[in-house]
Design a protein around this ligand. Structure first.
Ligand code: SF4
Length: 502
């Protein structure tokens, strides 16, 4: 479903503890492999045991960092983050890792997910640290992540680990966190384990990352998932695992459908295999007489392979994708904008002409992309177009870290499959059933979140006025001044750098 704005993922996180290694470069390549999870900004924080440095900026990982920046980030601990925003606007201040002062030093933090009790946490920060301390948020950081950073400040009677064990149970929503102080790397995952987070082993250290390909790219071997409700601490004394909440697993099923890389394994299940199986099931549920199965690249490809295998209809590439689309910050001119989808996809006319096509995609959100795509395929000479979707109709918004659209914008909200098919201009449309999608993940239905399809939210939501991406831009947030006592190397969007001293 390339093209339409959504669903967008809500960040990739990476952490490494490895004395003797160039940890900033490991974090860079880890983030590089997680780029699909967030393309708005990127950042890395490192510690050499005494001082934390942070370098972050707007843009892709490869745009933000160069050799000089990475060489400046020395130390043996690093965390990294690439962002797609679900709370707080797209600003440099909201880029991560965020920084905060603790009673004993500094904390840097990166977050994948979205909290649903930010309003409550704002009150908690104000109650604990008082209105006189002006903090990250008051300086313009309007993310739920900045709230967690502020809460981790703690007091002189508690270590960061003790503070984290007290704060983490108060967070509600989806959070896969990596954070660090000068000496220790931490990783934590919400009790539902909504977003993935895995632990890997290097010869001389440890790695945590959103997805398993980030372990592969730095040569780390997969050890296990960070468990839902678990806090991990890694330092010179080794790895410590602590439970801060009882696990109530509700992993995001959409990670299997679309969000995660196909070469990722989540809770023991290969995402690629799950997608192929979704395609096979789709062929069993919605067979059709046709000449060719084509995917909407890239995300529809594994399911199209599965559909072709099960149906016996040949698989072909009928659409070419510009691999670099979405990676330009240059806005197209009006003339180019009218060409719309052609910036991203172009039909192979000799493959398509005169054929009865099965077009396989992973999901339909607003439907604008599929409508334009079908028009384009007809212009290219397709005889029939049968759209097959490897997830059920998306009818509900996500509050746990994926930015779909408002409910009113979702095409399946109010229209049945047949009407959606008509509205898109397809000859037929078939969605996989909820049961079929879940079976393909090989996870028990009771341990998955499928709320965007069912409306059954596994983590209780507050009233509507306490939800929303820009909630924290509207709130008055009396927070502390976390930069007191910090040393941060930061680079502005304009490229000027500044070393902030205590
Ligand atoms: S609502 Fe949908 S996208 Fe959000 S966590 Fe649940 S399954 Fe994933």
């Amino acid at each position: 479903m390339p093209g339409e704005k959504g669903p967008q993922d809500a960040c990739g996180v990476f952490g490494v503890w490895a004395p003797g290694e160039e940890v900033a470069k490991l974090a860079y390549f880890g983030l590089y492999s997680l780029q699909h999870r967030g393309q708005e900004s990127a950042g890395i924080a490192t510690s050499n045991g005494e001082q934390i440095l942070v370098y972050k900026d707007m843009g892709l990982v490869s745009q933000v960092f160069d050799e000089t920046a990475l060489n400046a980030l020395n130390g043996h601990i690093a965390i990294g983050h690439c962002r797609y925003s679900t709370t707080g606007g797209v600003t440099w201040e909201n880029a991560q890792p965020t920084l905060g002062a603790t009673s004993s030093g500094t904390v840097a933090l990166g977050h994948n997910g979205n909290l649903v009790n930010s309003a409550e946490l704002v009150d908690l920060v104000a109650e604990r640290y008082g209105a006189q301390r002006r903090g990250e948020l008051a300086r313009g950081n309007t993310t739920d992540t900045a709230l967690v950073t502020a809460l981790l400040a703690g007091d002189e009677n508690h270590t960061l680990q003790q503070t984290a064990l007290e704060v983490l149970p108060r967070l509600r929503g989806a959070f896969s966190l990596v954070f660090m102080d000068e000496t220790t790397l931490y990783a934590a995952r919400d009790p539902q384990g909504v977003r993935p987070l895995v632990l890997g082993r290097l010869e001389r250290g440890w790695v945590v990352a959103s997805e398993t390909p980030a372990l592969d790219i730095v040569g780390a071997s997969f050890v296990r998932e960070v468990e839902p409700g678990e806090l991990i601490a890694i330092d010179g004394d080794g790895l410590r695992s602590m439970k801060f909440a009882k696990p109530e697993r509700a992993g995001c099923v959409f990670e299997y459908v679309y969000l995660a890389r196909p070469d990722t394994t989540i809770n023991g299940r290969s995402v690629h295999s799950a997608r192929v199986e979704m395609g096979r099931e789709l062929a069993r549920q919605h067979p059709v007489d046709a000449d060719l199965v084509i995917p909407v690249p890239e995300s529809g490809t594994p399911a199209a392979v599965g559909y072709a295998q099960e149906s016996g209809i040949p698989f072909g590439q009928g659409l070419m994708k510009n691999a670099y689309v979405g990676r330009t910050f240059i806005q197209p001119s009006d003339t180019l904008r009218q060409l719309g989808i052609r910036l991203k996809l172009n039909p192979l006319r000799e493959v398509i002409k005169g054929k009865r096509l099965v077009v396989v995609d992973d999901s339909i959100v607003r439907g604008n992309t599929q409508r334009a795509l079908i028009r384009m395929l007809r212009e290219a000479g397709a005889a029939e177009i049968h759209v097959r979707i490897s997830s059920p109709p998306v009818k509900w918004p996500c509050f746990y870290g994926i930015d779909f659209a408002s409910r009113a914008e979702l095409i399946a909200n109010g229209l049945g499959p047949e009407e959606v098919g008509k509205s898109l201009g397809a000859d037929t449309l078939g969605y996989i059933s909820e049961e079929g999608m879940i079976a393909a993940t090989e996870q028990p239905a009771s341990q998955l979140c499928a709320a965007c399809f069912t409306g059954k939210y596994p983590i209780e939501l507050p009233n509507a006025e306490h939800l929303g991406k820009n909630l924290l831009e509207q709130a008055e947030l009396p927070l502390g001044a976390p930069e007191d006592g910090l040393r941060t190397l930061s680079v502005s969007a304009g490229g000027a750098s500044a070393l902030q001293q205590p």
